[in-house]
Each structure stands twice: as C-alpha cells, then as structure tokens.
Design a protein around this ligand. Structure first.
Ligand SMILES: [Ca+2]
Ligand SMILES: [Ca+2]
Length: 249
C-alpha cells in the first residue's frame, strides 16, 4: 500500500471511529429512544454548550462557513457565492449574519441565546437576507435574480436545492435546543406560514421532505464539527443522525 492509499485508509478509519465514538459518548443517552423521549434526551445533551456574544458570531462564521477551496472566503448560504471573509457589513452586496430561524419568531433578538446560536446563523448576502426577511419556509414564488434557485412570495421563502436540507436541520435543531425552560420561548415547527412573532416556523412537512432530499454533505458535517470543537461544544444531532428527524416528527 502506498502512502496516499495508507493515509486515505487511515482517514476513513478515523472517520468511522469518530462516528462510533460520538454514539458511545456524546449521544449515549439518546440511543434507542424515539419520539418525545428522544427529543428530551437530545435537548439535555445539546443544551450543554458555550454561548457566544453577537459580536463573536462574526469571527465564528468566518471559520464555520469557510470556503474549502479558498480559506480567505466564506460561502454564502442562499447565493452560494464565495466572498472575502472581510467583506462583511451592511452594504447590499456585503455579507451579514442571517438568522435562519428568523429572530422575530419568538422575539429573541440578538441577546446571547438563540439569537447568537451559530448552528442556525449563516453568512448571507445583505439584500438576499432582506428578501428572506422573517418569512416561513415553503415552496414556490418568484426566483430571486440575485440568488438563482431561491424563490419567494408574500409569505414564504424556498432556498436553493443544495441547502434545503441544511435549512431544515437548522430549524429542527432550534426546536430541540429551545424548549422554554430558560428565559427564551419554546421554539417549535408547525404547518403554517405567516407565523409572525409566534415562536413557530413552518412548514414542517416541507422541511421534513427537504431534509430527506438533501442529506448532510461534507460542508455541513465539517461545519457541525467546527462548532463542536472550537465554539459552542454542542452538535446538531440531525446532521449526525438525519433519521432522527422522522423519529421525532
Ligand atoms: Ca445540503
Ligand atoms: Ca422547542
């Protein structure tokens, strides 16, 4: 076996062991459970975390969403554009911090808590972020000229296919992480659009389908690892175990 083959084999074995190790350690109390018992076990596991300030989120996103092909850039969620890490701010074509679970749904703002939880915060083009606004997720509408593959109408937003599953798993992470037993609302998915300021996000049936259609890829898995190892020290269980979406909902 040559060196490159040996390295590839070693990397593969480490990846398998890491997955097994997570089940034997991090997810130990969740294994074998389903429904509300699984949700409760995961809530306890992922609530043990370091919390960031809203200003710390900028630097965290530069690490979690780094372009694997160019370490000076991040990949923007909806446009898929690779853009300089330092080109963040408030101008229309800069990138800013998108709350995938819109912060008005439960009115949690940007105080340390759900509003600074980088599992659902992503770099996005400023004006595309505005177009999404606080809309619920559903299919249909007009395509965004600046973000091909993304659609919106008066009451919902549909992200491009490559991140549909990412969006679903971020929303469902938030539902498990925030259960109303801290100073914030109990966040839950539902079948509505136009949820307004209610601590709800729709549509659950569409999000479940998106999670099936777009399983976790290398970028999403790496992101989960970076958040776990370097920032919050908690994981999105649905990136590690996508089958837990159906097991709970
Ligand atoms: Ca994806
Ligand atoms: Ca909840």
């Amino acid at each position: 076996m040559g060196w490159s083959a040996l390295l590839a084999t070693t990397a593969f074995v480490i990846a398998i062991l890491l997955g097994t190790a997570l089940d034997d350690t991090y997810y130990q109390d969740a294994l074998g459970k389903t429904g509300s018992e699984l949700k409760a076990a995961l809530h306890t596991i992922i609530s043990d975390q370091t919390k960031l300030s809203y200003s710390q989120v900028w630097d965290a996103l530069k690490a979690t969403d780094e372009d694997p092909a160019d370490s000076s850039n991040v990949i923007l969620l909806y446009t898929g554009r690779s853009q300089s890490k330092n080109d963040n701010g408030g101008n229309a074509d800069q990138w800013n911090r998108e709350h995938v679970w819109a912060k008005s749904h439960g009115d949690f703002g940007t105080a340390t808590g759900p509003g600074t939880d980088i599992h659902h915060l992503r770099p996005t083009d400023v004006s595309v972020n505005s177009a999404r606004g606080n809309k619920d997720f559903d299919e249909g509408g007009s395509e965004l000229g600046e973000a091909p593959g993304n659609y919106t109408d008066g009451d919902s937003f549909e992200p491009r296919d490559a991140v549909k599953g990412d969006v679903a798993r971020m929303i469902l992470y938030m539902a498990v992480r925030y259960e109303g037993n801290d100073s914030f609302a109990d966040l839950e998915p539902n079948e509505q659009v136009n949820n307004g300021s209610a601590p709800k996000m729709g549509k659950l049936s569409v999000l479940k389908r998106w999670s099936q259609e777009d399983p976790p890829d290398a970028f999403e898995k790496r992101r989960n690892d970076v958040i776990f190892e370097r920032f919050q020290h908690n994981r999105n269980p649905f990136v590690d175990h996508p089958e837990w979406v159906e097991a709970i909902w």
